[in-house]
Design a protein around this ligand. Structure first.
Ligand SMILES: *[C@@H]1O[C@H](CO)[C@@H](O)[C@H](O)[C@H]1NC(C)=O
Ligand SMILES: *[C@@H]1O[C@H](CO)[C@@H](O)[C@H](O)[C@H]1NC(C)=O
Ligand SMILES: *[C@@H]1O[C@H](CO)[C@@H](O)[C@H](O)[C@H]1NC(C)=O
Ligand SMILES: *[C@@H]1O[C@H](CO)[C@@H](O)[C@H](O)[C@H]1NC(C)=O
Ligand SMILES: *[C@@H]1O[C@H](CO)[C@@H](O)[C@H](O)[C@H]1NC(C)=O
Ligand SMILES: *[C@@H]1O[C@H](CO)[C@@H](O)[C@H](O)[C@H]1NC(C)=O
Ligand SMILES: *[C@@H]1O[C@H](CO)[C@@H](O)[C@H](O)[C@H]1NC(C)=O
Ligand SMILES: *[C@@H]1O[C@H](CO)[C@@H](O)[C@H](O)[C@H]1NC(C)=O
Ligand SMILES: *[C@@H]1O[C@H](CO)[C@@H](O)[C@H](O)[C@H]1NC(C)=O
Ligand SMILES: *[C@@H]1O[C@H](CO)[C@@H](O)[C@H](O)[C@H]1NC(C)=O
Ligand SMILES: *[C@@H]1O[C@H](CO)[C@@H](O)[C@H](O)[C@H]1NC(C)=O
Ligand SMILES: *[C@@H]1O[C@H](CO)[C@@H](O)[C@H](O)[C@H]1NC(C)=O
Length: 749
């Protein structure tokens, strides 16, 4: 019983990954003197005027400074000098139009003057809001187009067949819109196309890989995150397909490894993520595109293992990113080459020891081996990873022994998660050298130590979790230098700490101004890198978000992201005694406070009423005396309140949030009366004494663990949203497009 209780009284930090892939786009600025054609300048102005610019009047110019310069008056009347417009030097025709990220709002109609600009070779309307209009079939009029970028511009409907008339296209970017239907087979007429990107739409139906057979220029094919099913017919796949440099078939309903990959020796980027590929990773996969491959993503499949011997290290000599997360991989941990920046293999069933070889990954920035069955002790060289390591996540394995003892100054580590293993012994104080550290989770291990006050030195530390270990003794901060200047989440729960509640850890909250913190900022680590390929750049930018499992509002929840402004203290299930000091009222920014299951014996301080943002307050299973202060009804955001199993007396306050709490918030206090309890205040009996346990037992009370689980008050006001509750497959955190290194200057006809 008790251990079940211990399991739910926690807050833990996980790490989760978000992947954002963004673009670098370098413009060459036009310097043209030619005079534009009158019909084209009026077509441009008409096009401009067919939109409003989203946002307030005053921000218009900020939203799209380009378009503001467009006018027929005075010196600026030459449309070839307008921002975003490029004309042919000789003919004066408009050949390039770039109104990307202009906040244009409105529909593109079939009679839009855009289609009069028939000399256009490059058109970029990405990142606008075309109000879910369709691409009019008149786009077929722009037959000279080589580059068409309509990414993220709120277009919908089917891709018009006439688009396939644009046989000069080399780039077609339709990603992140709302396009429907299947991809027209006539796309094969775009035999000059180099990049086809329909990522993140609602396209459905089947796509036959063989239809791309004759598109010999096709280098990058991104069909990911639609409702498409990719069919791969062996008859065309052997030697005849284009040589791709990038393939993204994420969420394309694949059920096996496409054999044609064997013949692809120039791949730089391959994603087969979010498919239903089962069985073993075939041996040949380790050997495709050995020199060229930079990114390999097989995450979110049903892979169970590896065929043959897994080479150590893996033979892709220039690999930067390897993602094998969320499969069912068994066997020992594959070791990527030393070039690897990011290695993700959480949520599998890998076992055995972590080989010394892993320390050869001297460029590694993010290493996530969490949620496997890795065992044995850690290679002590782990702390010798280069200065590049930012994230180290070993959560939820079976690792044991001491954690590495020497941590050097000057490392960049921002997140460490060693939780849910079997690590023992004391914590190395050299962890205090990790000056960049923002979050560390050591919870659910067997560390046996006094409170690691020396973390108080770290200027950026936001989250410290040491729950469910054997930490013990009173919490003493020996020196005023240990200020914990940035701490916002502290979880000490389920240890054997004694003495007074250590609220002085948070004294800086009194002085800091948190008002300016944005609710949109999440605790995360961002990295990026670029793969250049010919005239293209893939600029990849990764967000690694903290995720936190927390007992909030009486329920145990996993949040994918944690807002930086969230403040929580969990000191439950220890042996703290004495009072809840009045100084609790200084922690005005607190959202969650849990000191349940200790030996606290004071009154409930009135000053709690100052914690205006408090959402969850758990004081249950102590020896608190006196009445529940009426002032607590002022806490408008309080959704969960639990004072059960104390020695409280008197009337239960009523009104506001208190009307939403049920009797399990109050039970086990024989001196309490009034709604929602059944004992009427008029007929109150003298309080019966609570059966006492000896102070030697691990827990102050014997109790039924269910008490703690059921308690749940439905608040009417919602305050801080810590993050989003986990959903397993969420392509929300995957965003990308491809970027050109540079847009060409001017083109002669
Ligand atoms: C956007 O579309 C909606 C629905 O079709 C329409 O009511 C609205 O007028 C459109 N707005 C603009 C600016 O075109
Ligand atoms: C363009 O078409 C829309 C409807 O599709 C119509 O409301 C508008 O008047 C037309 N504009 C011109 C200039 O014909
Ligand atoms: C498209 O081109 C055809 C002929 O080339 C022309 O008649 C038509 O007006 C054009 N459409 C638009 C919308 O400009
Ligand atoms: C453009 O495409 C349409 C539909 O696919 C077709 O009917 C038309 O003949 C094509 N026009 C040209 C000039 O190729
Ligand atoms: C594709 O989706 C459309 C609705 O958006 C539906 O009418 C059509 O049947 C779907 N096609 C397939 C092959 O599922
Ligand atoms: C394609 O290659 C595979 C093995 O790589 C072979 O089994 C298959 O017969 C070949 N198909 C054709 C059509 O050549
Ligand atoms: C893939 O797996 C999911 C979940 O197991 C299932 O719902 C879906 O139907 C599968 N799709 C295919 C193409 O097998
Ligand atoms: C751990 O990984 C397994 C797959 O091996 C998965 O089913 C489970 O949901 C994962 N647990 C967490 C907490 O992510
Ligand atoms: C990688 O590590 C292993 C074991 O620690 C070592 O024997 C080997 O020499 C290292 N290789 C390189 C290239 O550093
Ligand atoms: C990429 O990362 C570097 C260093 O980490 C940083 O200076 C740069 O601004 C980042 N670039 C982008 C586009 O995020
Ligand atoms: C509860 O409080 C009453 C007085 O209010 C006291 O007599 C009793 O001993 C207390 N019980 C415990 C367990 O502290
Ligand atoms: C499409 O346009 C957007 C906005 O300018 C840009 O970020 C993106 O790189 C472009 N895509 C390509 C492939 O050029």
């Amino acid at each position: 019983m008790e251990s079940s209780f211990l399991c739910i009284m926690f807050m833990r930090v996980l790490f989760l990954v978000s992947l954002f892939q963004l673009i670098v786009l370098t413009h060459s600025s036009p310097s043209i003197q030619s005079l534009c054609h009158v019909d084209e300048s009026s077509a441009l102005l008409q096009f401009k005027n067919s939109f409003s610019i989203k946002g307030s009047e005053s921000s218009d110019r900020l939203a799209c400074p380009k378009i503001a310069s467009w006018t027929l008056d005075g010196q600026n009347s030459d449309c070839c000098s307008w921002d975003g417009v490029i004309c042919d030097e000789d003919t004066g025709h408009v050949i390039e139009l770039d109104l990307s990220s202009c906040n244009l709002y409105g529909s593109i109609n079939s009679n839009s003057s855009l289609f009069h600009l028939v000399h256009l070779q490059r058109l970029n309307l990405a990142f606008n809001n075309f109000n879910y209009s369709q691409i009019p079939s008149q786009v077929g009029n722009l037959s000279r187009l080589t580059y068409l970028n309509l990414s993220s511009s709120m277009l919908s409907g089917e891709i018009p067949f006439t688009l396939m008339n644009l046989t000069k296209l080399t780039f077609l970017g339709l990603s992140s819109n709302n396009f429907q239907g299947p991809i027209p087979s006539s796309i094969v007429h775009l035999y000059n196309l180099e990049v086809l990107d329909v990522y993140n739409n609602n396209l459905n139906g089947t796509v036959e890989l063989c239809m791309f057979l004759n598109m010999k220029s096709l280098g990058m094919l991104d069909l990911s995150h639609n409702e498409l099913s990719l069919l791969i017919d062996e008859t065309c796949t052997n030697a005849t397909l284009p040589k791709f440099y990038g393939l993204d078939f994420a969420a394309c309903n694949l059920i096996e490894f496409p054999n044609f990959l064997k013949n692809q020796d120039g791949l730089q980027w391959l994603s087969l993520a979010y498919n239903n590929i089962t069985g073993h990773i075939p041996e040949w996969m380790w050997h495709i595109s050995k020199e060229s491959l930079r990114v390999m993503d097989l995450s979110f499949n049903f892979l169970t293992g590896f065929d043959g011997q897994v080479p150590i290290p893996l033979p892709w000599t220039n690999l930067a990113i390897l993602d094998l997360s969320s499969n069912q991989l068994e066997g020992s941990l594959p070791i990527p080459p030393s070039s690897t920046l990011r290695y993700n293999i959480p949520n599998n069933k890998l076992s055995g020891r972590i080989s010394q070889w892993i320390c050869n990954m001297t460029s590694i920035q993010m290493l996530d081996l969490s949620n496997n069955s890795l065992s044995g002790s850690l290679p002590q060289c782990l702390n010798k990873f280069g200065d590049s390591l930012l994230v180290l996540n070993l959560q939820k394995n079976k690792l044991e022994g001491s954690i590495p003892q020497t941590w050097a100054k000057g490392t960049q580590l921002r997140m460490i998660n060693f939780s849910e293993n079997k690590f023992q012994n004391r914590l190395p104080t050299s962890l205090a050298n990790l000056m960049m550290l923002e979050a560390i989770d050591l919870g659910v291990n067997q560390f046996n130590d006094s409170f690691p006050y020396w973390f108080g030195n770290l200027p950026n530390l936001m989250v410290l979790c040491i729950r469910s270990n054997k930490f013990n003794g009173p919490i003493v901060i020996p020196n005023a230098e240990y200020k914990f200047p940035n701490l916002r989440v502290l979880d000490l729960s389920n240890n054997s700490f004694s003495g007074k509640l250590p609220l002085e850890i948070f004294q800086n909250w009194k002085y800091r101004d948190f008002e300016n913190e944005s609710p949109l900022t999440y605790i995360h680590v961002k990295t990026n890198f670029t793969i250049p390929k010919g005239s293209w750049n893939y600029h990849l930018s990764y967000d690694y978000n903290y995720s936190m499992e927390i007992t909030n509002k009486g329920m145990n929840m996993v949040y994918q992201r944690v807002q930086e402004l969230f403040r929580g203290i969990d000191m439950s299930s220890n042996r703290f005694e004495g009072e809840i000091p009045e100084s609790i009222g200084d922690l005005k920014v607190l959202h969650l406070f849990n000191v349940s299951n200790n030996f606290l014996s004071s009154n409930i301080p009135f000053s709690l009423e100052n914690l205006a943002g408090l959402e969850s307050l758990d004081l249950s299973l102590n020896r608190l005396l006196g009445e529940i202060p009426q002032q607590l009804t002022q806490l408008n955001f309080l959704q969960y309140f639990n004072v059960s199993y104390n020695n409280l007396t008197g009337h239960i306050p009523s009104g506001q949030q208190f009307n939403t709490f049920q009797n399990n918030s109050f039970e086990g206090n024989s001196g309490l009366c009034g709604s929602p309890l059944t004992n009427n205040c008029d007929t109150l009996l003298p309080p019966a004494s609570i059966s006492e346990n000896s102070e030697d037992s691990d827990s102050p009370f014997e109790f039924d663990w269910k008490i703690v689980v059921i308690g749940y008050g439905f608040g009417t006001v919602v305050g801080v949203i810590i993050g989003h509750v986990v959903t397993a497959r969420n392509p929300d955190w995957l965003r990308k497009t491809f970027g050109m290194k540079q847009l060409g200057r001017r083109h002669r006809n």
